[in-house]
Design a protein around this ligand. Structure first.
Ligand SMILES: [Zn+2]
Length: 299
């Protein structure tokens, strides 16, 4: 069984935000045409597109991240349509005036399961009181919190030549330690093994039993650590964090590329080479995800 803990739901709202940021009279179609990507035609159609893709690739369930602020209703419509296949995550900018209300609605009205914080993008530190408020709301709704740490580069912004005013100093995994300790009942997910801050991510997860690491993306960050291979990273993560807090993910996002089978095959080959039990392998590729995000409803 395969569950993917990290995919992106690129809606019309996502592309509209990019079009607006270009500062020209551009349409959503101008943006998707330039990228060579499919133009979404409503959240429900995009949800169906995802489920067809998951079916074709043999993937049981996937977390889809609403990848622009204020897109909770679209991802909410997607998970309402396919509750047994899709799990909704949503980006929240704690600096927005309505962040608390949006977080509450995301969990409560739209049935979303994780709020996604991007401290480097939103310029809100993890020890900022505005971050605490989002955590309070996640905790009150038994939600998880995804925190992007380390290097943040958005391929789509590079392709469109959009500037990215990120402050990656705010995404040090160690900054998350007081928060993870203060909210022990909240599961935290740090994607891409900490995206370059691997040692800090391992330290964090070693100290905080509620911190999980996702394995998603091509993990090109390994080149920041001389001699490190993705296989060695998996081996170290399993020895420090254990198999029950690693979540397989691909970072799949746009169509027609769809679900990134190649990333799965590479990680599967690595994990199979680590002499782990079949049960432990199954935790990484699906069991941990099902434990954190128990199924609601049926399709
Ligand atoms: Zn991602």
């Amino acid at each position: 069984m395969i569950n993917d803990a990290h995919c992106h739901f690129f809606t019309e709202g996502f592309f509209a935000a990019l079009a607006w940021q270009r500062g020209k009279a551009e349409s959503i179609e101008d943006i998707t045409h330039e990228l060579g990507w499919e133009t979404p035609d409503g959240a429900e159609q995009l949800a169906d597109r995802w489920v067809r893709e998951l079916d074709a690739k043999g993937v049981s369930r996937a977390a889809l991240i609403a990848s622009v602020s204020r897109d909770e209703d679209a991802i909410g419509a997607a998970v309402a349509r396919h509750p047994s296949r899709l799990v909704g995550f949503f980006m929240i900018d704690p600096s927005a005036g309505d962040a608390n209300e949006r977080a509450r609605r995301g969990f409560e009205e739209f049935g979303l399961r994780a709020a996604c914080l991007f401290p480097a993008m939103h310029h809100v530190a993890l020890d900022d009181v505005r971050t605490d408020r989002v955590l309070d709301i996640a905790a009150a709704h038994a939600g998880a919190v995804f925190v992007h740490c380390g290097v943040l580069s958005m391929g789509v912004r590079k392709k469109l030549r959009l500037p990215s005013a990120f402050d990656v100093r705010l995404g040090n995994p160690l900054e998350l330690q007081p928060l993870a300790t203060a909210y022990p009942q909240v599961p935290f997910i740090v994607p891409h093994f900490g995206a370059g801050m691997f040692r800090e991510a391992l330290m964090l997860a070693d100290m905080c039993p509620n911190v999980h690491l996702d394995t998603s993306s091509s993990n090109n960050w390994v080149r920041y650590i001389p001699g490190l291979t993705l296989e060695a990273a998996f081996r170290a993560a399993i020895s420090v964090v254990g198999p029950s807090r690693l979540l397989f993910g691909t970072d799949s996002s746009f169509f027609p590329r769809g679900w990134q089978q190649g990333i799965y095959e590479e990680q599967k080959r690595i994990v199979e080479g680590l002499q782990m039990s079949a049960d432990d392998q199954a935790l990484i590729f699906g069991g941990n995800f099902d434990r954190l995000f128990a199924r609601r409803g049926d399709d």
